[in-house]
Design a binder for this molecule. Structure first.
Ligand code: BGC
Length: 753
C-alpha cells in the first residue's frame, strides 16, 4: 500500500512531467510507471500516430527465406505499403506473423518510426502456440481441458504458451474463448469449454491468469483476449457468425458470467463476436461495449474487432451503407483496434477531423493500447533471438504438461468390461480415419513434424511392443470410406480379439478435408460420412469393438452407444494424444474426465443441455425416440468405483449466508483413480423459473485403492440468487436441493429470511 504522502508526490510528479533535476521526462524512462509513460508519449503524438495505434495488419512470411542475408530487404519489399506505414507510425499491431525473424523485422521497421513505438504482435495461441510456423508445444484443446475439470491445467498451459509466444516475439493471445455452447452443430465447440457457465468461467479465469500473470509486466507474460462477446454458441442453425436471438435473462444467466469472470481476473482485451445480438451487431453495441462492460463491469483494457467485422456492419449486417459509417459506428460504440487492413485509418482520420468522432474517444483507445506496450516491457525489449527461441519452445516441462492435459481429458463413455485391454492379447486391429492422423491436434494448430506427435497407432505400438500382433488398416478420409477399405477392415477384424476404431472429426485449420471447425459447422452430430458402416462391419466380425472418438463437438450416435463394447471420448488431445489414449486403453491411466457438454441423441434433439428449465419436457418428448440425451453433462466412467458418504449439509441457512459443508469420498474399487466431485443446486420453488439444477462447485481428486478423503466446500451466497422478474438479483427463501454428482447424494436445505 502506498501512503497518502507518497500518492501526493506521485501525482505532482505525474502532472509536472519533469524530474527532480528539472529535466524533461521521457517515455523511454523505464523507471516511470506505465501510466505516466503513456501520458508523456501521448503528448508527443500526432493524430495520425494515434489512429495508427488502432490499426492492425497481417504479416507476409509465406515465401521468405529467413536464412538468406537479404532477408530484411526481401521481406520489406513483400510487405509493400505496410512497410512504409509502419515507418510512418500508422500501424500499431500485427497478426498472422509466422516466425520470430519476421517479428524482429517488423519491430525494426517500427523502430525506424519517429516515436519508435513497438508493435504488438498477436496470434491465436489457444492450446499452445499452434499457428507459429515451426514446431511448438500443442496441448489438448479447450473442450478436453474442460473435461479434465482441472482449471490448474488450463492456467499452466496458458502460462507455458505465453512463454513460447514471448520467446518468438508475440505478445497477445486471442484467447480464451469463453463462449457457452447451446447448439452442438457449431463447428467451434473444440475451442470452447462447453455448456456450463460456471465451468466455462472457472476455466476462462484460469487461462487469463496463466497468460497475463499478475499484470503482464514480466518478459514471459502476454495479454489475453476474452472472446467472442457474445452468444456465438447459440447462433441460428448453429452457424458460425449467425444472429443470436436470445433473451436478456439467458444472456445474464448463461452467456455473460464467463466474461464477467475474465474481467474480474484482469483480462486486458475483449473481442466482440461476428454476430448480432437481438438485432444489434456486437461490433456496434454501445450499450454492451461501453455502458455494460466498461461502465458496469469495470473493464479497463481495450477491444479488438474480430476479423473484418467492422466492415461487415455494412456488408453483412447492413446497419450502415458505407465502410466509413461502419468505422464510425464501431469506434463510437467503443471499438479500439481494427482487425485488419487498410481503409480504417483514412476513415477514422476524416471522421475525427470532421468532428464526427471526438478526439477523446481516440485518446481513450490509444492510452489503453500504449499501456499494454509499456507494461509488457516492449519499449525496452522488442526483439527476440534464436537462442531464446531454442531454449523455450518444446521445453521438457511444456511437453510433460501436454501429455498431462491429454491424459486428464479422457472421458470413458461406455465399458462392458473390455477395458482396460488385456496385456496378453494375441491380435489387435487398429483402424479408423483418426488412427494415424494429426486431427489429434485440433483447431488453431499447424501440422507438426511427425516426430513431435504421437498418433494413436504409434501409442498403441508403444504399449504392445511384442507379443501382440498389431494389424493396422489405414482409412484415408473421414467423410468417405471406400469399399476396398471397408472390406479390408472386415477381413482383418475377423482374425482379431479386439478392434480399436479411431473415429471422429478433423478440425485441422489448414486441412482442406476438415469436417468441423471455424466456418465448418455440423449438419449432423453423428459420425460424418459412412464411419458407422465401418463400425458395423467390425461388429459383424465378432471381434470386440473399442471406439475412440477424436472430435471437438459431441458425437451423437445411438448405434454407437448400443453396439460398441467400449467408447473412449478423447476430444482433440494434442501432440501426445495418441500416447494418452493408448495408456488409457491399456489401463496405465485410469480415465477420470467428465463430459463438459451433453451428448444429444441426435441433431433433432437440439437444444440439449443439462441445466434446462423444469417444464422443458412436461408435455411430452419425441416421436419414437427418448427425450433423454445419450450422456448428460458431468457423465464419465472409471476403471474403479467411488462411494460418497457423510454429506453434512446444515438444515437451514439465511438468505445472506454462504453454505459450507463436507462430504467423504472413498475409492472402493481395485485401481487408483481420479474422481470429479460435482456440486449442483436446485431452487425447488422460485418466483421465476430456474434450472432443474446448476453447477456451483467442483473438485477433481486422486484416490488410491481404498483411500478416503473428506472434501470441504463453501458455496458463495450469490449462487443461491436468481434474477427476479425485474432482473434484480435476490435470494428467495425456501427449499434448495444440494445435489452431489449424478444425484449420488441429495440433501435439502431450508433458506430462511
Ligand atoms: C476468429 C477469431 C480469431 C481471428 C483471428 C476470426 O475469424 O473468429 O476467433 O481470433 O479470426 O485469427
Amino acid at each position: 500500500m502506498i501512503s497518502a504522502i507518497q500518492r501526493l508526490v506521485l501525482s505532482v510528479f505525474l502532472i509536472l512531467s519533469i524530474n527532480v533535476h528539472g529535466e524533461k521526462l521521457s517515455y523511454f524512462d523505464e523507471s516511470l510507471p506505465s501510466e505516466k509513460r503513456v501520458e508523456l508519449l501521448m503528448n508527443e503524438m500526432t493524430l495520425d500516430e494515434k489512429i495508427g495505434q488502432m490499426c492492425q495488419f497481417v504479416g507476409e512470411a509465406s515465401d521468405i527465406d529467413f536464412d538468406s542475408k537479404d532477408t530484411k530487404s526481401n521481406y520489406t519489399l513483400a510487405l509493400g505499403a505496410r512497410a512504409g506505414m509502419i515507418k510512418e507510425g500508422k500501424i500499431g499491431s500485427f497478426l498472422k506473423v509466422s516466425a520470430y525473424q519476421e517479428a524482429n523485422i517488423l519491430q525494426s521497421l517500427a523502430e525506424e518510426s519517429r516515436l519508435k513505438i513497438p508493435l504488438l504482435i498477436a496470434t491465436d495461441a489457444i492450446h499452445g502456440h499452434g499457428m507459429y510456423m515451426g514446431p511448438t508445444t500443442i496441448y489438448a484443446t479447450q473442450i478436453g481441458l474442460a473435461a479434465s475439470f482441472e482449471p490448474e491445467l488450463a492456467e499452466l498451459m496458458a502460462e507455458y504458451t505465453a512463454s513460447e509466444m514471448r520467446a518468438t516475439g508475440f505478445h497477445w493471445a486471442y484467447s480464451p474463448n469463453v463462449e457457452v455452447v447451446r447448439d452442438a452443430r457449431w463447428g467451434r465447440i473444440g475451442e470452447t469449454f462447453g455448456e456450463d457457465p460456471y465451468l466455462v468461467t472457472e476455466m476462462g479465469n484460469a487461462m487469463v491468469r496463466g497468460y497475463q500473470g499478475e499484470n503482464f509486466d514480466t518478459p514471459t507474460n502476454v495479454i489475453a483476449s476474452a472472446k467472442h462477446f457474445v452468444g456465438g454458441g447459440i447462433a441460428y442453425n448453429g452457424v458460425n457468425g449467425a444472429p443470436a436471438d436470445v433473451s436478456e435473462r439467458t444472456l445474464h444467466e448463461i452467456f455473460f458470467p464467463p466474461f464477467v469472470g475474465s474481467i474480474e481476473n484482469g483480462v486486458y482485451t475483449i473481442m466482440p463476436a461476428h454476430n448480432e445480438i437481438n438485432g444489434i451487431p456486437a461490433h456496434a453495441h454501445h450499450e454492451y461495449l461501453t455502458d455494460l462492460i466498461r461502465g458496469e463491469w469495470g473493464f479497463d483494457g481495450f477491444y479488438i474487432s474480430d476479423w473484418m467485422d467492422i466492415q461487415r456492419l455494412e456488408s453483412a449486417h447492413k446497419i450502415v451503407d458505407s465502410e466509413r459509417e461502419a468505422d464510425k459506428v464501431a469506434v463510437l460504440a467503443g471499438m479500439d483496434v481494427h482487425m485488419q487492413g487498410p481503409g480504417f485509418f483514412e476513415n477514422v482520420k476524416s471522421l475525427v477531423e470532421n468532428g464526427e468522432i471526438p478526439i477523446s474517444r481516440i485518446d481513450h483507445a490509444v492510452s489503453k493500447i500504449l499501456f499494454a506496450k509499456f507494461q509488457l516491457g516492449l519499449f525496452e525489449n522488442r526483439y527476440t533471438n534464436k537462442q531464446f527461441v531454442e531454449n523455450t519452445l518444446l521445453k521438457d516441462s511444456h511437453l510433460e504438461l501436454a501429455l498431462k492435459t491429454a491424459q486428464k481429458s479422457m472421458v470413458l463413455l461406455k465399458n462392458n468390461g473390455v477395458l482396460p485391454l488385456k496385456k496378453d492379447l494375441d491380435r489387435l486391429v487398429i483402424t479408423g480415419p483418426n488412427a494415424d492422423h494429426q486431427a489429434l491436434l485440433g483447431e488453431w494448430a499447424r501440422v507438426q513434424p511427425d516426430n513431435n506427435v504421437i498418433t494413436v497407432l504409434e501409442g498403441i505400438r508403444e504399449q504392445y511392443p511384442k507379443g501382440t500382433k498389431i494389424d493396422y488398416v489405414p482409412i484415408a478420409q473421414h467423410h468417405k470410406i471406400t469399399r476396398s477399405e471397408l472390406s479390408k477392415v472386415a477381413k482383418a477384424a475377423k482374425r482379431a480379439d479386439v478392434v480399436i476404431a479411431v473415429m471422429g472429426e478433423n478440425s485441422l485449420r489448414f486441412d482442406k478435408n476438415k469436417t468441423s471447425a471455424e466456418n465448418v459447422d455440423r449438419p449432423t452430430l453423428n459420425l460424418i460420412g459412412n464411419q458407422i458402416e465401418l463400425l458395423e462391419k467390425i461388429k459383424a466380425s465378432g471381434a470386440k469393438l473399442v471406439v475412440v472418438l477424436v472430435n471437438g463437438g459431441p458425437i451423437a450416435s445411438e448405434w454407437l452407444t448400443e453396439n460398441a463394447d467400449a467408447i473412449l471420448e478423447a476430444w482433440e488431445p494434442g501432440m501426445f494424444g495418441g500416447k494418452a489414449i493408448a495408456e488409457t486403453l491399456a489401463g496405465k491411466i485410469n480415465p477420470g474426465g467428465r463430459l463438459p457438454i451433453t451428448v444429444p441423441r441426435s441433431v433433432g434433439h437440439l437444444q440439449s443441455f443439462y441445466n434446462h428449465k423444469p417444464s422443458a419436457f412436461h408435455r411430452g418428448g419425441f416421436y419414437l425416440s427418448s427425450r433423454k440425451p445419450l450422456y448428460y453433462f458431468g457423465y464419465g466412467l472409471s476403471y474403479t468405483s467411488f462411494e460418497y458418504s457423510n454429506l453434512s449439509v446444515p438444515v437451514t441457512m439465511s438468505t445472506d449466508d454462504n453454505l459450507s459443508f463436507s462430504i467423504d469420498i472413498t475409492n472402493t474399487g481395485d485401481m487408483d483413480g481420479d474422481e470429479v466431485v460435482l456440486i449442483y443446486i436446485n431452487d425447488k420453488v422460485s418466483s421465476v423459473t430456474t434450472p432443474v439444477r446448476k453447477l456451483v462447485a467442483f473438485k477433481r481428486i486422486h484416490l488410491k485403492r481404498g483411500e478416503k478423503q473428506t472434501l470441504n466446500f463453501t458455496i458463495d451466497n450469490k449462487n443461491f440468487a436468481l434474477l427476479d422478474r425485474y432482473m434484480r438479483s435476490v435470494v428467495e427463501p425456501g427449499e434448495f436441493e444440494i445435489i452431489i454428482g449424478d444425484r449420488v447424494k441429495v440433501q435439502t436445505i431450508n433458506v430462511q429470511l
